[in-house]
Write a protein that binds this ligand. Structure first.
Ligand SMILES: [Zn+2]
Length: 464
C-alpha cells in the first residue's frame, strides 16, 4: 500500500505542477500587456523632488491590478512626502502560512534629457530594445510582476499562502518607504525582490547564465579628522595636521582586510569561474576551496570585478584640510568609504581602521546614512529549486547560481527585519547594454516572453 500511496501522491503533485506549467506556457496576451504597462510607467517621471510622479506610477499599477480582478480595498497607495508606496494583497487559502512578498521600486534615478540620444521619459522600441529611464531598473520588472499576478488570477489560480506585492517609492534615494514596507510586512515568509537584471546574454544575444542575489555588502562612510592649534606657516612645527592625516591614510590604504568566503560566494566562484579567462578562473576555483591561498587572493584582489567579492574593502574617497595658503592647518578631514562583507557590524570595521591608522590623534566618526548591516539570507533549497525551474521554463539548461551584490537594494531593509530576501529579476541583458542609472538605458523586448514565463512559474511555485 505504501508505495502505491507514495506513487499516487507523486502523481497528484506532478499533475498540479504540470497544470501550473500549462498556465505558464501560453501567455502572449500577458506579454503584450506587460510591455504596454512598462511603457506607460516609463513615461511617468518618477524622480525624487518637485513633480515626482511615483504616485501616478502607483495609480497606474493599481488600475491594472483592479482591472485584473484585485479588490480595490486590497490595493493601497500610501503617500509619503513627494513619493508613495503600494501594497497589493492576494489572500491565500491557508491562513497559517506566512506571506510571500514580491518587492520592487517605482522610482528611477534622475535623467537629463539633454544628455540622452532620445528623451528618457518617452519610451521607444528600436532594434528590439526598449529605451527609457527605468527600462532595466526596474519598470519592466514591475510590470511583469503586476501582470503575472493578474494572469494567475485570470487562470483561476488560488495560492495557498498570501501573495503581497510591495512597491517602494524611493529605493534610489532615501529608502524611507522601503523601511516602512519592511516594518509593515515583517511577518513575511520571504521576499522576492525582482529588481534589475539577473540574466547574462553573450555578445551574440545567447543566454549565458542567470544569477540571483542572496546577500549584499554593507555600505559605510567613516570620517577621519585631525586637528591642530595651527599658526603662521613661516614657523612650522610638528605634528602638522595634514601630514598626520596623510600618513594615516597611507597606512589605511596599505591595510588589507582578511579575505572571506561564505556559502553564497563559494557557490558563485565555483559556478562563475567557467566564464572567466584562465588565470581568474583558476584563482576563483582555488579560493573557493581554500580562502587562505595567497596566490589566488593576490589575483582576485588585483581584479576590480572580484576584489569586492573576497572581503571587506575600504578606500579614501574625499579629503580636505587647511584654511589659508599661508597658515598651518587647524584641521584635516577625509572620508573612508567601505563595502563590508556580510556578517560584520560597521563599528567593528571602524575599529579595525582605527588600528590600521595607528595614530590616536586621528578621530574616527561613523557618518553613514541610510544603510544597515545585514547578514546573508540562507540558501533555501525550495528557493533555489523554484528559481532554477522558473529560469529553465524560458531558457532550458542555462546555468543558475547565486551571487552577492556589491550595492544596496530594498532587500537590505527586509533582511534587517530578519526576512530571507532574494534578488531575482527575470530579465536577461548583454554586458554591453547594462545602462542602469546611466545614459540611454535599455532592455531587449524579446526577453519579455521568457521573463513572464519565469515570473509566473516563480510566483506559482513559491505560493502553491
Ligand atoms: Zn533598482
Amino acid at each position: 500500500m505504501r508505495p502505491a500511496t507514495a506513487a499516487t501522491l507523486a502523481c497528484v503533485a506532478l499533475m498540479s505542477v504540470s497544470s501550473g506549467q500549462a498556465k505558464v506556457a501560453d501567455h502572449g496576451q500577458a506579454d503584450r500587456q506587460a510591455l504596454d504597462l512598462a511603457k506607460r510607467a516609463i513615461a511617468l517621471r518618477s524622480v525624487r523632488g518637485p513633480g515626482n510622479q511615483v504616485p501616478q506610477v502607483a495609480a497606474l499599477f493599481k488600475s491594472a491590478l483592479v482591472a485584473g480582478g484585485f479588490n480595490d480595498a486590497d490595493v493601497t497607495i500610501t503617500p509619503v512626502d513627494d513619493t508613495a508606496f503600494l501594497i497589493a494583497r492576494w489572500k491565500g487559502q491557508d491562513p497559517k502560512l506566512k506571506p510571500l512578498v514580491i518587492s520592487g521600486h517605482m522610482d528611477v534615478v534622475a535623467a537629463n534629457p539633454a544628455d540622452w540620444e532620445r528623451d528618457p521619459f518617452t519610451p521607444v522600441v528600436e532594434n528590439g530594445l526598449l529605451y527609457g529611464r527605468g527600462a532595466s531598473d526596474m519598470k519592466l520588472d514591475d510590470a511583469l510582476a503586476v501582470v503575472a499576478l493578474v494572469e494567475l488570477k485570470r487562470d483561476g489560480y488560488k495560492p495557498r499562502r498570501d501573495i503581497v506585492l510591495a512597491f517602494s517609492g524611493d529605493e534610489e534615494t532615501t529608502m524611507r518607504t522601503t523601511q516602512m514596507l519592511a516594518k509593515e510586512l515583517a511577518n513575511a515568509e520571504m521576499v522576492l525582490n525582482v529588481d534589475g537584471t539577473g540574466g547574462q546574454l553573450d555578445p551574440e544575444g545567447k543566454p549565458q547564465y542567470f544569477t540571483w542575489s542572496g546577500a549584499e555588502k554593507t555600505y559605510a562612510d567613516f570620517e577621519l579628522t585631525v586637528t591642530s592649534p595651527g599658526g603662521h606657516s613661516s614657523r612650522p612645527y610638528e605634528p602638522n595636521a595634514i601630514n598626520q592625516l596623510a600618513a594615516a591614510l597611507v597606512r589605511i590604504g596599505q591595510y588589507k582586510f582578511k579575505p572571506e568566503l561564505s556559502e553564497l560566494t563559494r557557490a558563485y566562484f565555483t559556478a562563475a569561474a567557467r566564464y572567466e579567462i584562465p588565470e581568474i578562473a583558476a584563482a576563483m576555483r582555488t579560493f573557493a576551496a581554500d580562502p587562505a591561498d595567497s596566490r589566488a587572493i593576490a589575483v582576485l584582489r588585483a581584479n576590480p570585478m572580484t576584489v569586492g567579492k573576497i572581503g571587506t574593502t575600504c578606500v579614501a574617497t574625499m579629503i580636505s584640510g587647511g584654511h589659508a595658503l599661508n597658515a598651518l592647518p587647524q584641521r584635516a578631514t577625509a572620508n573612508i568609504n567601505c563595502r563590508i562583507f556580510p556578517g560584520h557590524p560597521r563599528a567593528q570595521i571602524m575599529e579595525e581602521l582605527r588600528r590600521a591608522a595607528a595614530d590616536p590623534s586621528v578621530q574616527f566618526k561613523d557618518i553613514t546614512e541610510g544603510s544597515v548591516a545585514t547578514d546573508a539570507s540562507p540558501i533555501r533549497p525550495d528557493v533555489v529549486d523554484a528559481i532554477t525551474r522558473a529560469v529553465h521554463v524560458g531558457y532550458p539548461g542555462v546555468p543558475v547560481f547565486p551571487t552577492m551584490s556589491a550595492g544596496a537594494s530594498d532587500s537590505m531593509w527586509f533582511r534587517n527585519e530578519h526576512i530571507p530576501s532574494y534578488g531575482v529579476s527575470p530579465l536577461f541583458i548583454k554586458e554591453g547594454d547594462r545602462f542602469s542609472h546611466g545614459l540611454n538605458e535599455r532592455i531587449p523586448v524579446g526577453d519579455v516572453g521568457p521573463s513572464m514565463a519565469c515570473m509566473l512559474s516563480l510566483l506559482y511555485d513559491l505560493s502553491k
